[in-house]
Design a protein around this ligand. Structure first.
Ligand SMILES: Nc1ncnc2c1ncn2[C@@H]1O[C@H](COP(=O)(O)OP(=O)(O)OP(=O)(O)O)[C@@H](O)[C@H]1O
Ligand SMILES: [Mg+2]
Length: 214
């Protein structure tokens, strides 16, 4: 059974972004979405991750049609099962790094895996105020915060955008190992073709759907 199934999604704001987007992802699978800036990649991610109802089409997460079910069921799904790494990370700036991660684990009744903090290279920054950390460090804190709730599906919008190549690869390794170990799924938006090709699938977003070519 796929964890995520997307059927005939289309969406427009001021102009038609895309239509006929179809794919599905099973446990341990990952997919990268590439495409030019403004093509609607973040929008598609929001649609798949319960945050935005598409103009048409269906999104099935864990066998539930998320835009047909009761809002309370969607809230529960979002709290426990869905992890979203945003393009702009929304950390609580006045708090220390550890408190940001702790909050996520607390809200979903999970414990923090300290080896994950080591692997992300942020274990030494846990007691820094978020506002005192670099952009790349903050980005990794936001990834740790999402993993701390042990989601079954991760939506990540350019999670390595602020990172050097080596750190970006490390972060992707953490995400790939996470989905392997937890039987989870990863939907990744990136401009980095090298990282995209490490996913089970990589597709380009065009107006008429996802394609194998740019
Ligand atoms: N809430 C909104 N209301 C109106 N227009 C929007 C909204 N969100 C996004 N758009 C528009 O939709 C288009 C696609 O935006 P989106 O953020 O999905 O692109 P993207 O492919 O993620 O781009 P990038 O690679 O730069 O992150 C843009 O023209 C954007 O201005
Ligand atoms: Mg975007």
């Amino acid at each position: 059974m796929p964890l995520l199934r997307v059927e005939n999604i289309s969406h427009a704001f001021d102009y038609q972004l895309f239509e006929k987007v179809n794919f599905s992802l099973k446990p341990k699978e990952s997919m990268a979405i590439l495409g030019v800036s403004g093509s609607g990649k973040s929008t598609l991610l929001h649609i798949c991750s319960t945050l935005l109802r598409p103009n048409s089409g269906t999104v099935t997460l864990f066998d539930k049609n998320i835009y047909a079910q009761h809002e309370n069921d969607t809230l529960k799904l979002r709290r426990y099962d869905v992890g979203i790494i945003f393009q702009a990370h929304y950390l609580f700036k006045g708090f220390i790094a550890y408190e940001n991660i702790e909050l996520a684990s607390f809200l979903s009744d999970k414990t923090i895996d300290s080896s994950m903090l080591e692997r992300l290279g942020i274990a030494d920054f846990m007691h820094y105020k978020v506002g005192d950390l670099s952009g790349g460090q903050q980005q990794r804190i936001s990834i740790a915060r999402v993993l701390a709730k042990k989601p079954k599906i991760i939506f990540a919008d350019e999670p390595t955008g602020n990172l050097d190549d080596k750190t970006a690869q490390e972060v992707m390794n953490v995400l790939f190992e996470y989905i392997e170990k937890e039987n989870a799924t990863l939907l990744l938006v990136t401009h980095n073709t090298h990282l995209a090709k490490q996913c089970t699938y990589h597709r380009y977003l065009h107006v008429d759907g996802l394609k194998e070519e740019a």
